[in-house]
Ligand binder design. Structure first.
Ligand SMILES: [Mg+2]
Length: 178
């Protein structure tokens, strides 16, 4: 029997829909409604007039605990988990207060992921796996395995890596091969 391959899966922008959360926080704070279409292709800090807005939202208690989940993420990650060694890899040390919230969020939405499969880290360059699914090119650039860019509003113009358009697309990628 061949060895199970490993997949490193990012949280923010991949399992979780950070963009929808930013827009909701921004609307609550300012009363200004910005649509998803308006921020396509923009880096996080350019989505709102106030360049500090995203960081301010990220720093709010419960931000990470209440993130909406991306469509089909639960079902597809569960299926991947049955056939691959799945690790959830998040550069959570950028926001140290997020650790417990992220852990509890995973426990709620991905209860089949054990604590041994969770890697909260700093620089993802240390991570070795067969596949990495991430929404930021800088994480994929230092990765030595198969780099997969998960479609996200800020990366729509990136062409450096193979793109997964959605979790359904990820399912096709991993299960329709060969
Ligand atoms: Mg991310």
């Amino acid at each position: 029997m061949s060895k199970r391959e490993t997949i490193a899966i990012d949280m923010d922008g991949v399992l979780a829909n950070n963009m929808a959360h930013y827009l909701a926080y921004h609307f609550r704070e300012t009363g200004i409604r910005i649509t998803e279409t308006e921020i396509q292709g923009k880096p996080e800090e350019q989505c709102f007039e106030d360049p500090d807005a995203v960081y301010r939202y990220l720093a709010m208690p419960d931000f990470f605990r209440t993130l909406p989940i991306n469509p089909d993420a639960q079902e597809v990650v569960q299926r991947l988990n049955d056939h691959f060694n799945v690790y959830i890899v998040s550069a959570a040390m950028e926001f140290p207060w997020s650790l417990v919230e992220k852990y509890n969020w995973l426990a709620e939405h991905f209860p089949f992921i054990s604590w041994q499969q969770i890697v909260f880290c700093g620089d993802k360059g240390i991570v070795k796996a067969d596949y990495m699914i991430d929404d930021h090119c800088y994480n994929l650039q230092s990765f030595s395995g198969n780099s997969l860019l998960f479609n996200c509003y800020h990366n729509i113009n990136e062409t450096e890596f193979e793109r997964l358009n959605s979790w359904k697309d990820a399912e096709r990628y991993f299960f329709s091969k060969g």
